[in-house]
Design a protein around this ligand. Structure first.
Ligand code: NDP
Length: 332
């Protein structure tokens, strides 16, 4: 449950608490909904933004104190009073951080078609929301052309690692940054032409040497965005996906915003949910196959047990996750 609004980073056991409550799975009333066993839950950077005072405005509602955190999850239907969701189906959608839960709003959930026999966790990772973010954002906003140079920040993460591979598929030179040498090695494995640890190597120096860039995929904001503006080509496209450097404390916005005008840059902010109408069907038709065949690689960072969910929530903010951060709640 969401227990306390954090001042900076979310603290496991303080910001969030694990509590146990008995329910009788055979008799609990469904009221037209369906009872599921939760298999896996997602830990995402944006969840930090929901751990706030509800009076602060944002694009997503604040979590309510005393109620469960919620995020994308994959679950198996145990009982159902809704004909769209049958016993044994696997469903994905935003659900509470609970081991068993009753879901009601059918428009929020999708039965998974797992023809490619991917692991269920994939449907909250590379074949789920983060995968859609990379896929939709790249198609809609990068306007990528063969031979161009693209810079991806948080390149080894759930979204970033897919963007790196989409950019390579489109014939771009890819520069990618990440926060550890292990992540840098992974970036090379998935095809980045230039990969560096931004904690030990200056982003400015790398972009000066390897740029100018025509596409910047921004997961980070702050001073990294400032460096990208400095080394952007005239007319470069900036895909504004996230600004995680400001999620847990002070934001450090770029001081060179005038150069957006001076360089005729195009900055496109987007939310994955706003593009479902256009790409969702195409995504499920193509992405699971690309993942199953190994043409697109992905990594998952699994935290076992819902009681350790707080650790997984912190990991994505601190950068200790390598790949998509997932809480494994139960096996099949
Ligand atoms: P990741 O798997 O990439 O995990 C987050 C990573 O961010 C960490 O591993 C860390 O990697 C990096 N990071 C954390 N703090 C900082 C910092 N201060 N400076 C630089 N990097 C930092 O998460 P996702 O792939 O799920 O999300 C990536 C971005 O995409 C986030 O900004 C998120 O908010 C955004 N997003 C946007 C969506 C949209 O609809 N627009 C949807 C989903 C995600 P490292 O070790 O490299 O520092």
């Amino acid at each position: 449950i969401f227990n306390e609004i954090p001042e900076t980073y979310p603290i496991p056991g303080k910001t969030t608490k694990y509590v146990e409550k008995d329910i009788d799975l055979d008799t609990v009333s469904l009221n037209g909904g369906f009872l599921v066993k939760v298999l896996a839950l997602s830990s995402d950077p944006y969840l930090r933004g929901r751990m706030r005072d509800p009076s602060e405005p944002s694009y997503m509602p604040a979590f309510k104190l005393g109620e469960p955190i919620e995020a994308h999850g994959v679950a198996k239907v145990l009982r159902s009073e809704n004909p769209k969701f049958k016993v044994g189906d696997h469903v994905v959608g935003v659900m509470p951080y609970e081991k068993y839960t009753i879901l009601k709003d059918e428009s929020e959930f999708m039965v998974v078609d797992n023809t490619e026999k991917l692991s269920w966790t994939t449907f909250i990772g590379a074949a789920g929301m983060p995968g859609q973010t990379a896929y939709y954002g790249w198609k809609e906003h990068a306007d990528a052309k063969k031979g161009e140079t693209c810079f991806v920040s948080a390149g080894a993460g759930a979204v970033g690692s897919l963007v790196v591979q989409f950019a390579k598929m489109d014939g771009l030179k890819v520069i990618a940054s990440a926060g550890s040498d292990d992540k840098v090695a992974y970036l090379k494995e998935i095809g980045a032409d230039v990969a560096f640890n931004y904690k030990t190597t200056s982003t400015e120096e790398v972009l000066k040497k390897e740029g100018p860039i025509q596409v910047y995929w921004d997961n980070v904001g702050g001073q990294t965005l400032q460096a990208a503006i400095d080394y952007a080509d005239i007319g470069a496209r900036f895909v504004e996906c996230g600004m995680i450097s400001g999620y847990n404390g002070e934001q450090n916005p770029p001081k060179n915003m005038m150069m957006i005008i001076g360089k005729s840059l195009r900055l496109s902010g987007f939310l994955v949910g706003h593009l479902h109408y256009k790409y969702k069907e195409e995504f499920y038709r193509t992405m699971p196959k690309l993942l199953a065949s190994g043409k697109v690689k992905f990594r998952e960072d699994i935290t076992k047990g819902l009681e350790n969910g707080g650790d997984a929530l912190l990991a994505v903010q601190k950068g200790t996750n390598v790949g998509k951060a997932i809480i494994l709640v139960a096996d099949e």
